[in-house]
Design a protein around this ligand. Sequence first.
Ligand code: GAP
Length: 449
Amino acid sequence: MQSSSLMDKLVSLAKRRGFVFQSSEIYGGLNGCWDYGPLGVELLRNVKEQWWRAMTLREDIEGIDASILMHPRVWEASGHVENFTDPMVDCRECKARFRADQVEDSPCGSPAYKGRKASKCQAEGKFTEARQFNLMFKTFVGPVEDASAVVYLRPETAQGIYVNFLNVQSSSRQKPPFGIAQIGKAFRNEINTKNFLFRTREFEQMEMQFFVKPGSDEEWFGYWKEQRLQWFTGLGITPTKLQFHRHEPDKLAHYAKDAYDIEYEFPFGWGEIEGIHNRTDFDLSRHEQFSGKSMKYFDEQSKEKYTPFIIETSAGASRSFMAFLVDAYREEEAPTADGKMETRTVMRFHPKLAPVKAAIFPLVNRDGMPEMARSLETDLRKSLRVFYDDSGAVGRRYRRQDEVGTPFCITIDSDTLKDQTVTVRDRDTMVQERVNMDNVARYLNDKLQ
Ligand code: GAP
């Protein structure tokens, strides 16, 4: 399938079935912002929940939830005020704005020149000189809008962890090596947003900062690199569609000693979904310098005082969501009820991520089947998100659930009335099993583990 057509199909399915909507759509949308619909919010929450569990069920990781607005000095210490910039150029003719390093990949901004590359306009001398543009969104605290009231919407969640390092360490009585995990919104005033959820202005990050003794940093860096790759494959991402990309020494961020991206092969090419960085003692040292407060750890046993090195794992929740969405999409040949073949669209989400875990169908709307189906639904709803559907042929109902990735469909039929068993149909194999009604909850919970 052509990559553009796959993306078009995904964006259309995402809207039609309630995964993702354009923000403020009735007003023409707001560029770089998206809303998660009823199924999207479930999928996103499941992604975040799996990450949170993978991190905080460990003995050596604590969670926090820091505020989005922070003291402005935080962003001077972190280097964001000085360095968090992209080079920007403007077209004098059509007034479109481009990232100077992405002109080659960008279309011209004028509708009058359809299909024209921005690089052609640049070659014709229509562009301004490149200027540095800071990506942080600014706002003001309090009623007076002057320079002393400026604060930023955080462009990453990491700084909320660094400034709380000693608070968390002392309150939880952790000793390095240990980590702090956080999930939260981040904001970047990207010059060009693109590729659906890939580059947006508002997004969520899932970041974990692991504090280690200097000298053990390289070993922990290798450990976290592998752990994070396994997290994606463990949740069903096709392993051949994942790769590491190491940052060349001259491309490393100002804080990093070593860095790898985990990249996913999207229909538009390989793109970063997570970064693993060895940030050395840069962050804690800078916060010590700018705040005047010690950020060192004192080891009671060895009587050593040191500034821990930080190994960072920084995943985009929204980008991971998009990778899970793309990876799940399949068009397959499947038999219909009368033995013919048809193409079904199926989202092969890992059961732990699937927005709806099971659908319940009465075969017909009579003979006591709806009552039995409703009773099973009430029972399952106590612990699972399920969907009741009694409209149309069962084959059609299966297809509707396949398209949103529901792993199990349960049908109440005439045999249920006689022997209290139901059919449970597996989304991927399409094989049906008869299960006693009383055992359905346990059966599903076992499968979902
Ligand atoms: N604390 C380090 C940090 O923020 P980053 O590589 O700039 O590193 C980490 O961002 C992750 O955040 C990326 O791998 C990506 O998944 C996500 N991310 C960054 N910018 C994004 C954007 N504009 N839209 C969506 N996700 C983004």
